[in-house]
Design a binder for this molecule. Sequence first.
Ligand code: GLV
Ligand code: MN
Ligand code: MN
Length: 411
Amino acid sequence: MQINRDRLVADLETLASFSDDTPPGISRLVFADADQRSRVWLKAQCSDAGLAVREDAVGNMFARWVGARPQLAAIGTGSHIDAIPHSGKFDGTVGVLGGLEAIRALQQGGFQPQRSIELLLFTSEEPTRFGLGCLGSRMLSGGLTSDADARLKDAEGNTLAQLRAAAGFQGSLDQVRLPDGYYAAFVELHIEQGPLLEKEGLPLGIVTSIAAPAALRISIEGEGGHAGGVLMPDRKDAFCAAAEIVLAVEERALATGSIDTCGTVGKCQIYPGAVNSIPSRVEMDVDIRDTDEQRRNRVLREIEQACAQVAARRKLQVRVTPINADAPATCSPRVINALVEAAEENGLPYKKMVSRAYHDSLFMARIAPVGMVFIPCRGGVSHRPDEYSAPQEIETGARVLASTLARLSQV
Ligand code: GLV
Ligand code: MN
Ligand code: MN
């Protein structure tokens, strides 16, 4: 079985050319033009590989290599192609195009799967458009009901219902959830998005668990006014309150004493947004994650308390709305074992590790035995334009993925 490295690298470059950012930056907002063009191109690649393609109502794409025993539960693989603003070309895409290349390599090597092998492209793993990550996999696993159609909106107020219809995805969201036992296993290839593999000189990480993510929306309502006319003691500056809350997020995440707790305020909007106007309102999104769900929940509560204190002291309104608070996932010993065997068969050293980033596998683990394999990325950099994994590293990931899919598909 031979991975065609040049074809895989060329595919990654082609996908990177569908972007709303200036190279090397990548932005691909779900259902926007670049995402739509990527989907058309990817569908053609899958059809060329002889895969049977279908899409569900939220735009998850399934490309199936039908096995000799198609009645058996399939083996899934895949990831996402949407990209946060000003990011890189490897996050998610390596799992989708590496999965496609793994299938093509197995086909060209004459392999005949017993179980079908299915490549997935998940809709909106990134929270950019709807504020909520893992939209597609969340729905596949039953973690989101059809009221999301009206409830989820983008910054312009377009609903999920409107946006998916405009993108050509029809039908009720109730039909998205996969039936129990649809997949016998699911495996995702991804860049590490951290520095450990590179530091330790290892080509592979085999994931044992995925940390628990959560997000809060914090809305602060103060009082606007003239930046010269309203004197300092009389102000209710919403952004000054926000600044205190941002520092409280950092402080509470650090205060757990565990390196596994992370707190980030990555999104903040100030209204009305003029240099000579006191901020009347601030909206920000806070990301809290931890390998320990209880500890993460404690930090969430502490941030809520800090918000209440800031509101009382500054005499303004602070509203905290939970966006999501997801449980962590444990990878399946059987899938981990298949990955270990595949690594060993290829003579590749690996380490077992936790994923601190979240992935669609977090939700696939609710409905199937799941495993993930990481490849190194330079300097551990991700969610930045200089994100990079070398062709050799990507090829290695695809090869191990192919061996793993082959193993899992034979039972
Ligand atoms: C995924 O993109 C994450 O933020 O972990
Ligand atoms: Mn990402
Ligand atoms: Mn990703």
